[in-house]
Design a binder for this molecule. Sequence first.
Ligand SMILES: [Zn+2]
Length: 282
Amino acid sequence: MRLIDVHIHPWTRNFMKKNKPIMDACDFFRIPLNYLPSSNRELLEDMDRYGVEVGVILGQNTDSTENPGFKYYTISNEWLYRLSNSSGDRLIPFAGVDPNAGNDAVKELKRALKDLGFRGLKIHSSVHSVYPNDKERMYPLYEICQEYSVPVLLHTGTTGLGRCRIKFSKPEYLDDVCQDFPDLKIIMAHFGWPWSDVAIAIALRSKNVYLDISGWLPRYIPENVVSYINGPLKERFLFGTDYPMIRHGRWVEDFNKTLKNRLKEDVLDRLLYTNAKKLLFT
Ligand SMILES: [Zn+2]
């Protein structure tokens, strides 16, 4: 099995401990502290051990977001750039910018894509309390992604993170974005559950929409979602873990036991590798 993981948070235990909403998520998913990595070296070790060729590391910036829960949440693009550089091209960075920062966010995104060679943008609408179809705060960022032909990965659906509202992450708002930016590549993280039917409907009518299966142990992925992975959206589903909430060993073990034999043969490699490879490298 060859793998490309499109959804990795380069978080360590100490970083997570500083962030109450992340600790809420650990409680929500019943993840004990000793499961979490103590350094970023463990990420590459996990990837090596389980055949993950490339991983997308996601940035995050809340410097202009007022929610006090997210005061210590920012991971700078500079830091992400260094981590990527030290990985020998194994870790591909997606920029984190704060949509609440206005023109500074636009400038920072351009810098990350142009000067630092980043390959996408990550936004968590609930963290920023901004709707994905917000013309003032989000559309300028989409314009840049479309211009540079890189994907924007948006958190969609519920979240384990505490102290934020899930209404901002409803996939339905992305239908507007698809209509207004027909060439923008969009990844709906976590396939939008509990609104996964809406997320799937949008992907069916918009050819540049992808869905990642991160944040779910394979055994829990709903049967109707599996039928779309096997069927009409087989070129649009992407493997992701949501590391370190689910680490590679746990994911692969569960996958082999519970999902692998439910996938059609020509779908397996697409889901785990080829779809992401095409999206990220062509
Ligand atoms: Zn995530």
